[in-house]
Design a protein around this ligand. Structure first.
Ligand code: FES
Length: 147
């Protein structure tokens, strides 16, 4: 059912954890399954993503896609990071079963939420960046049932 790459990233997820004083932090939730993903970005003065870490409270596909997404955004500019779509993450994992495609959307939205947070804090506009609908602000976790 899962490709070798998905299993590898599920069993050995890369970049798990938190970044203290991160440049941007995004938390998103999936309304249907209730899974939550938090992404931390460390971005330098030139707008390059130096580090990326994540925490996922979710299914195996969510863990694997977050892990791959962190690998793909590292070293990219904030603008280039927008190209790390759920499709790009799935391709890098050699595919996901159709019923698990929605899990990869969480990874894309977590990146966007973290970039949105970064842009807001720094008064920057990132072309094409839209605030994800699944964005959860700190302190709003208690209202998860609304998703
Ligand atoms: Fe919820 Fe995969 S089942 S993210």
């Amino acid at each position: 059912m899962y490709t070798e790459k998905v299993m590898d990233h599920f069993e050995h997820p890369r970049n798990v954890g938190e970044i203290e004083n991160a440049s941007g932090v995004g938390t998103v939730g999936n309304a249907k399954c209730g899974d939550i993903m938090r992404m931390y970005l460390d971005i330098d003065d030139d707008g390059i993503i130096k580090d990326c870490k994540f925490k996922t409270f979710g299914c195996g596909a969510a863990v694997a896609t977050s892990s791959m997404a962190t690998e793909l955004v590292k070293g990219k500019s904030v603008q280039e990071a927008l190209l790390v779509t759920n499709k790009a993450v799935m391709e890098a994992l050699d595919g996901l079963p159709p019923v698990k495609v929605h899990c990869s959307l969480l990874a894309e939205e977590a990146i966007h939420a973290a970039l949105w947070d970064y842009a807001g804090k720094h008064g920057i506009v990132i072309d094409g960046l839209v605030k994800p609908k699944s964005d959860i602000h700190e302190g709003e976790e208690a209202e998860e049932e609304e998703y």
